[in-house]
Design a protein around this ligand. Sequence first.
Ligand SMILES: O=C([C@H](O)CO)[C@H](O)[C@H](O)COP(=O)(O)O
Length: 208
Amino acid sequence: MTKLQVAIDLLKTEDAIALATKVAPYIDIIELGTPLIKSEGLSAITAMKEAFPDKKVFADFKTADTGSLEAEMAFKAGADYVTILGSIDDATIIGAVEAAKKYDRAVVVDTIGVKDRVKRAQEVSKLGVEFVELHAGLDEQSKPGYSIDVLIDEASKAGVPVSIAGGVNKNSIAKVKASGAVVAVAGGAIYGAEDPAAAAKELKEALS
Ligand SMILES: O=C([C@H](O)CO)[C@H](O)[C@H](O)COP(=O)(O)O
């Protein structure tokens, strides 16, 4: 079954925990977005894990170097998953995977900015990562003509475990599920909704 991950791109730990409290019943993975971690630091990860010990906590570091060191920082703070950029050298991903083995946690490779996401997903899957995020970031999504259908099509072709992030919402969730993605990531569709709990519930039900 496709899991539901909420991407929390808010800037304050207290706001992130308040949102997670509303949506937790419908969520498998709680993501602390890159802006939140930059704003609040590692303490946000620790606070989220302490508030939700039974949920997987995902630290969206988007690490580009010192993979082992940064992954260890995330895991020590309480993260279950950390993201490493797919556009960088394999050595950074390998270092992070070694740290994940040490802490019994997992690495997710983020393909933001990668030209051939399917090819890179297949390559990095051989390095021991948990899954690969087929990702169009918020800036890419704001460009004219953007469609999540590109990511959905890539997920169905990848042949390795992938998540989809890039404007997942109630209109696209059925196609995300049908693509075989192991995780659907929804940020704005949940935290930007008038009723985040209802929005998360609707997405979760569509994945069931
Ligand atoms: O990872 C993300 C982005 O780079 C900012 O941190 C988003 O959380 C991700 O794109 C999912 O958010 P939505 O596109 O709003 O669903």
